[in-house]
Unconditional design. Sequence first.
Length: 103
Amino acid sequence: MFLARVEGSVVSTKKEASMNGRKLLLLRPQLVDDKDPTKFRPGSNTIVAVDSVGAGSGELILFCQGSSARLAAGMKEAPVDAVVIGIVDTVDVLGRQIYSARQ
């Protein structure tokens, strides 16, 4: 599993039939900063993932990739490589809270 920030959405009107009705989100992975572990630093890439939990723009989420993505409910027959599987409430690093959804 990985952490990411939802940066936006992707709309595709023509797609594989098993993808119809699925919400696609644009994600930017978030990494704990090596120099300051009390902060995140954004990854250099973006990822398109299927949303299985109702995440929205700006939220910090959990996602999985590869064969694990198809283990999410309803994804077994879909040609997916990344799925949003959770919306993050808090993140603690080295005994210190570095993220809270309530902030």
